[in-house]
Design a binder for this molecule. Structure first.
Ligand code: ZN
Length: 251
């Protein structure tokens, strides 16, 4: 089993640190400095780097880290990733710290975006967030919708290790979409308490996301009604998703 720890970076990024028997892997090291500081403090050797997509706040630290530790770098092969040694397209099972990790292709935020799933933990980068999802910089609503459905099909107790602390702001939008959702009200209270204490709202569980994240609820009557009000041309899940995502961009 891995131990999983957050390394906060920039304003609201999480670089996830996986530890096993004194060996380490990191997911999406956008900034090398906090990673080096953390690994030195814990006396860990970096063996593997997993990158979900090409944005600088997810891969900007790779070059400095491989110079220091010569770690292998797993990354989407269709994206430009500095130092990638293990190009992936999704569907593979890779070994990280001698543990199997499933690679999922989840295009939408970017076209090559990958998610990594191991031991009940999902590292989903900027695809699925606490109560939200990533912007569609490169992909289509149909692609992102399919990617989110693929993640939603994982076990309910999956822990969702996304790459940003966006939950509180996302929940304000979720409430606008589904003001009558009781589970959502409960989650807002819980997340407010965590953030008031400067604690992470991440990871959440997939069950919690399925109950409160509007982007995973595009078949729910209240979400469909809100999407129609915001321009969805029909009630298909992709049309509902597209309208909700568009509304969120301007929220
Ligand atoms: Zn991104």
């Amino acid at each position: 089993m891995f131990e999983i720890l957050p390394i906060p970076a920039f304003k609201d990024n999480y670089i996830w640190l996986l530890v096993r028997d004194g060996r380490a892997a990191v997911v999406d090291p956008g900034d090398p400095a906090p990673v080096i500081e953390c690994l030195e403090a814990l006396g860990l050797q970096l063996e593997s780097i997993l990158v979900t997509h090409h944005h600088a706040d997810h891969q900007g630290g790779v070059a400095a880290l491989v110079q220091r530790w010569q770690a292998e770098v797993f990354a989407p092969y269709i994206e430009s990733i500095t130092g990638c040694t293990q190009p992936l397209s999704g569907g593979e099972t890779i070994m990280v710290l001698d543990q199997p990790v499933s690679v999922l292709a989840v295009p939408g935020h970017t076209l090559g975006h990958l998610a990594y799933f191991a031991q009940g933990a999902l590292f989903c980068g900027d695809t699925l967030f606490g109560a939200g999802c990533g912007r569609l910089f490169e992909g289509t609503p149909a692609q992102m919708s399919a990617s989110l459905m693929q993640l939603a099909a994982l076990p309910d107790d999956t822990l969702v290790y996304c790459a940003h602390e966006y939950t509180e702001a996302n929940l304000r939008f979720s409430l606008a979409v589904e003001p009558g959702n009781q589970r959502l009200h409960e989650r807002i209270k819980r997340v407010e308490r965590l953030r008031d204490s400067e604690l992470a709202s991440v990871p959440s569980t997939l069950a919690e996301e399925k109950a409160t994240n509007p982007f995973l609820r595009c078949r729910e009557p209240d979400v469909i009604a809100a999407a129609i009000e915001h321009g969805a041309p029909d009630i298909s899940p992709v049309a509902v998703f597209a309208a909700i995502r568009q509304w969120r961009n301007a929220f």
